[in-house]
Design a protein around this ligand. Structure first.
Ligand code: GLN
Length: 194
């Protein structure tokens, strides 16, 4: 399995390590040509405005839009923001998912926290997953082809999927639990299109 990790800014190394633990062949993507031959791509957490500017500078916006038409992309935190069509402010976006997010939505005092919740679509599902939030967005709305896949117990939406496109407000790459990365590799292997 050849999987790319967008390596312009943010915690791409942690994603790389998680993917390698699962046996994936990982490429760090910094230029359009690096997307060749990949079955999926992860866009890491970091700062979505900084990553967006670098995407423009390295002419990656259009190649990523084309990539996401047929192949899997998973955005974590800042990566999820970049996949959204609406963020309520002007910043460069890949904009592939029918989804609106609100940045830094958890407020200052609790902008970083962890929470154990069961995630029904992971295997095994009974074992709760420790979700790590670091100034993350919430998903305020999905429409069209995007669907909600996970909410916090208080009802805030924190993960969505649109075919092979996947967005999470939190950071599975910062835990030792590889089930989200396993889930993404399955998505990247699947036949469905984004
Ligand atoms: N607050 C960041 C943003 O708005 C996201 C934070 C993160 O990726 N951990 O882009």
């Amino acid at each position: 399995m050849k999987i790319g990790v967008l390596a312009l800014q943010g915690d791409f190394r942690e994603h790389r390590i998680s993917l390698e633990k699962l046996g994936a062949d990982v490429t760090e993507v910094r230029l359009p040509g690096h997307l060749e031959g990949l079955q999926g791509l992860i866009i890491p957490g970091g700062e979505s405005t900084a990553i967006g500017k670098l995407l423009v500078a390295f002419d990656l916006i259009e190649p990523l839009r084309a990539f996401g038409q047929t192949r899997a992309i998973w955005g974590t935190c800042a990566g999820a923001i970049l996949l959204a069509k609406e963020v309520g402010r002007d910043q460069p976006l890949i904009g592939l998912m029918d989804m609106e997010v609100q940045r830094n939505a958890f407020g200052r005092q609790i902008d970083s926290f962890e929470m154990d919740i069961p995630v029904p679509f992971l295997k095994p599902a009974e074992q709760p997953y420790r979700l790590t939030f670091i100034r993350g967005p919430i998903i305020t709305r999905v429409w069209g082809r995007a669907e909600e896949v996970l909410r916090l117990p208080d009802g805030r939406m924190i993960a969505a999927r649109q075919g092979k496109l996947f967005a999470t407000s939190f950071h599975p790459e910062l835990t030792d639990d590889l089930r989200f990365h396993e889930y993404f590799l399955e998505l990247a292997k699947s036949e469905s299109t984004g």
